[in-house]
Write a protein that binds this ligand. Structure first.
Ligand code: IPE
Ligand code: IPE
Ligand code: MG
Length: 246
């Protein structure tokens, strides 16, 4: 006798309805300061939060999680802090890539990461290539990312195409700009979270955030966890997104 059919939940969309969440991971320095620790301790604790939230993203059924790790303006910081951040990034990829790969995660990078140190660029590209054929969620890390720089590179790319006669300037539409951005093959951004109480975008995903819901929390990034992400997604679920319509 045939057993009763079970509903297939593998492709069911989660109740919160968000496909793509991006996070401005802010407040590592203040977290450390509160504990009288050096800033690097805050960044280390921030990496632990990244691990927790990357796992939570999968459990919560997100298709894509984009994390702002280093902005194109963060080069203004002291050289020793930049070196600490690059060291943590290197260590993170080396230590966590196997787990990501085993869990089917596709690792991606947005931003002008090619300007980083060559051995780091190589490490990043190998990690992206190794996980490219996976079918699980995308974890996109924003490295040396600035939305204005991203749009500038997209504008140059389109201008070069136009100059070469490969595209008619009058035919350029929103979809051409979408396709020229670093986020070209990521799902549309649904929810943009910023921790640490600051209420600004700091040059993050300005184009993609056109109709994203914004969520600000006072929690410092190293304190962020699965519950905090679930809470943000609950808030998102209650929002009434109208996209200019009624
Ligand atoms: C976010 O924490 C991490 C990066 C920008 C790399 P911060 O380092 O900005 O922490 P605060 O804002 O000084 O507390
Ligand atoms: C934004 O945080 C960049 C990242 C989280 C990587 P910042 O700490 O650099 O932003 P501002 O300077 O306070 O705007
Ligand atoms: Mg900050």
């Amino acid at each position: 006798m045939a057993s009763q059919a079970q509903p297939d939940l593998t492709n069911a969309s989660p109740a919160h309805g968000a496909r793509h969440v991006a996070i401005i991971m802010d407040g590592n320095g203040r977290w450390a300061k509160k504990r009288l620790l050096p800033r690097i301790a805050g960044h280390r604790a921030g990496v632990e939060a990244v691990r927790r939230v990357a796992r939570a993203a999968r459990d919560l059924g997100l298709e894509c999680l984009t994390l702002y790790a280093f902005s194109s303006e963060n080069w203004k910081r002291p050289a020793n802090e930049i070196a600490d951040l690059m060291g943590l990034l290197r260590h993170f990829i080396q230590a966590d890539l196997d787990e990501f790969h085993a869990n089917g995660v596709r690792l991606r990078v947005i931003g002008d990461y090619r300007a980083l140190e060559p051995s780091l660029v190589d490490l990043i590209e190998r990690a992206v290539t190794r996980t490219a054929a996976n079918s699980g969620p995308i974890i996109a890390i924003a490295l040396n990312y600035g939305a204005q720089d991203e749009m500038l590179r997209a504008a140059r790319h389109l201008a070069e195409k136009a100059a070469a006669g490969r595209i008619d300037p009058n035919e350029i539409g929103v979809e051409h700009i979408d396709a020229a951005l670093d986020t070209a093959d990521l799902p549309p951004l649904d929810l943009l979270i910023r921790t640490s109480g600051e209420q600004r975008l700091s040059n993050f995903m300005l184009w993609q955030a056109a109709y994203a819901e914004l969520y600000f929390t006072d929690m410092l990034w190293p304190d962020f966890d699965e519950r905090a992400l679930a809470k943000a997604l609950d808030a998102f679920r209650m929002r009434d997104r109208r996209f200019g319509g009624l």
